[in-house]
Design a protein around this ligand. Sequence first.
Ligand SMILES: NC(=O)c1ccc[n+]([C@@H]2O[C@H](COP(=O)([O-])OP(=O)(O)OC[C@H]3O[C@@H](n4cnc5c(N)ncnc54)[C@H](O)[C@@H]3O)[C@@H](O)[C@H]2O)c1
Length: 256
Amino acid sequence: MDIEGASAIVTGGAGGLGAATARRLVSLGVSVVIADLAEDAGGRLADELGPAARFVRTDVTDESSMRAAVDAASESGPLRIAVAAHGGPVAGSRILDRSNQPYDLDVFRRTLDIYLVGTFNALRLSAARMVEAPALDSGQRGVVINTASIAAFEGQIGQSDYAAAKGGVVGLGLVAARDLAPLGIRVMTIAPGTFFTPAFQMSEEDAQERWGGAIPNPRRMGRPDEYARLVQAIAENDYLNGEVIRIDGAHRFGPR
Ligand SMILES: NC(=O)c1ccc[n+]([C@@H]2O[C@H](COP(=O)([O-])OP(=O)(O)OC[C@H]3O[C@@H](n4cnc5c(N)ncnc54)[C@H](O)[C@@H]3O)[C@@H](O)[C@H]2O)c1
C-alpha cells in the first residue's frame, strides 16, 4: 500500500512504541492522530511533529471517545492505518497470593478491558471508517495493526490477566483479517519482546542491565523505532495479513 498522503490513528500514540510509530509515519508523509489519555506527552509530541500530527485525548475503552478520535483522523485524509499501541505498566501477581487469597477479579477485568476490549474497540471503529475510503487500485483500503506481546505465548508468573488479554489479541487477529478481507482491510498483529519504553518506569541504563542480557541477539532491549519500522513494513506490504509477527531478538520468556 502506498501510504503517503494517508491518515493514521495510533492509540497509545504518546507512549513508547506509539510515539515511535507516530514519528515514523509522519516522516513518511502520513497524517497521524495521537490517540492517548496522556495529555502532556501527547500534546508535546504533536507540537514536535508539526501540522501532520494531532493529539486527541482518547480512552480506548470508551466508545464515544474512540469514535471522536477516528473522526479526527479521517479529517486529514482517508483513514488507512490504525495502530493499537496503548497500555502501560501492569503490576500483576500470582493467581493465589502468599496467603492463598485469589487474584482480584476487578483488576483482571480492567486489564482485559484496556488491552483486549480497547484493542477491539479501536479495530472495529477504525475499520468502519476505513471502509468508507475509496479502494486503491490494488483493491486495498487499509490495515489495522494490533500489538500483542510474546507474553501471549509465554506468559510469566503473575501475568495471568496480561497474558490472557494478549492471547485474546492474538486470537482476534485471524478472525478480523477474515471478516474484513472482502472489504480490502488487512489485520496484522505484532508481538514485541522487551522494548525500552516509559512503561518500565526506570532509566534505560537500569532497564538494559536488568533485562538486556537475557535477550540472545541483539543482546539488548528493543528500540521503539524497530517496532515502528515493522509497522511501516506491514503497512506497505499488502501480502502481510492475518499473521502474528514476533519482534524479540530470539527472546523466549521463562517462567519469571
Ligand atoms: N515495551 C515493551 O516491552 C512491550 C512488550 C510487549 C508488548 N508491549 C505492548 O505495547 C503496547 C505499548 O507499550 P509501551 O511499552 O509503548 O507502553 P507505554 O506505557 O510507553 O505507552 C502506552 C501508552 O498508552 C496510553 N494508554 C493507556 N491506557 C489508555 C487508554 N485507556 N486509552 C488510550 N491510551 C491509553 C498511555 O497513556 C501511554 O501513553 C502495550 O499494549 C504493551 O502491552 C510492550
